[in-house]
Write a protein that binds this ligand. Structure first.
Ligand code: PXP
Length: 264
């Protein structure tokens, strides 16, 4: 039986029933900063601006090679930003220690390969079950809301449920990259997976590769509670500003929810 998505609780989480939350990923503000090795542009300043533009949360990926977000950024994001932080992290001992030190609102377990340009696919929680299981337990016991970034696949969802995670984030990259009939097929995969997640009692998020063009159909999936979006928003900021790109993304998401009268 469908239990629907479970709301994420956080003292600074604006409770807006029916509203699809927007988590703004600020990794690539740090990418630009690191290109020159200085302090500008500051991802913490971007996070504070995102809060004012309608973001419901901040997402940051602390990679093993620290190519964008740094340890100091995580410290400052938890200390200086009011919005809940979703820390994306590989399931490694190093990252677990860091998460336990900073206690973000949420931790999203993602696969990581040193040579990849970005997170290429979901974490295979069936293959890595024995590594992921104790990490889900340890982070959850510390009060961190654990999310598993997985492909929209029924086996992955079933294992995520069995692992005891409260949240899954569906990898939307294949949908965003596909065209024509392939894109329609990928959308159906996301829709089916979101439905299954709700039936399993999992809060369901989606992210990766979303843009003004691709976000609408994903926002219309009623079981989704949150979208995490970064690269496009930071890129679009070059043309119209970060505030404007976030507000426009927020408006597309809200319009899509309002237009079809959804109640997730
Ligand atoms: N969600 C997860 C789990 C991710 O790994 C990423 C990329 O870091 C995103 C969302 C955001 O993807 P994008 O930057 O393509 O919007």
């Amino acid at each position: 039986m469908s239990q629907g998505p479970v709301e994420s609780l956080h003292p600074n989480r604006r409770h807006r029933p029916g509203v699809l939350r927007l988590g703004v990923n600020i990794d690539h503000v740090a990418t630009i900063r690191n290109a020159r090795g200085g302090r500008h542009p500051d991802p913490v300043r971007a996070a504070i601006l995102a809060a004012g533009a309608g973001a419901d949360g901040i997402t940051a990926h602390l990679r093993e090679d620290r190519r964008h977000i740094s340890d100091e950024d995580i410290l400052r994001l938890t200390a200086e930003v009011q919005l809940p932080l979703n820390l994306e992290m590989a399931p490694t001992d190093e990252m677990v220690k860091i998460a336990l030190r900073h206690r973000p609102h949420a931790a999203c377990l993602v696969p990581e390969k040193r040579e990849e340009l970005t997170t290429e696919g979901g974490l295979d929680v069936a293959v890595h079950h024995n590594v992921v299981a104790p990490i889900v337990r340890e982070l959850s016991e510390a009060g961190i809301r654990v999310s598993l970034f997985i492909d929209p696949d029924h086996v992955q969802l079933a294992v995520a449920r069995e692992l005891g995670a409260l949240v899954v984030e569906l990898h939307a990259g294949a949908y965003c990259e596909a065209e024509g009939e392939d894109r329609k097929r990928e959308l159906v995969r996301l829709e089916d997976a979101a439905r299954q997640a709700a039936e399993l009692g999992l809060e369901c998020h989606a992210g990766h590769g979303l843009s003004f063009d691709t976000v609408g159909a994903v926002a219309a999936i009623p079981q989704l509670a949150e979208l995490n979006i970064g690269h496009f928003l930071v890129g679009e900021a070059i043309f119209g500003g970060f505030d404007s790109s976030i507000r426009r993304m927020r408006a597309i998401m809200d319009n899509m929810r309002g237009a079809v009268g959804l109640t997730a």
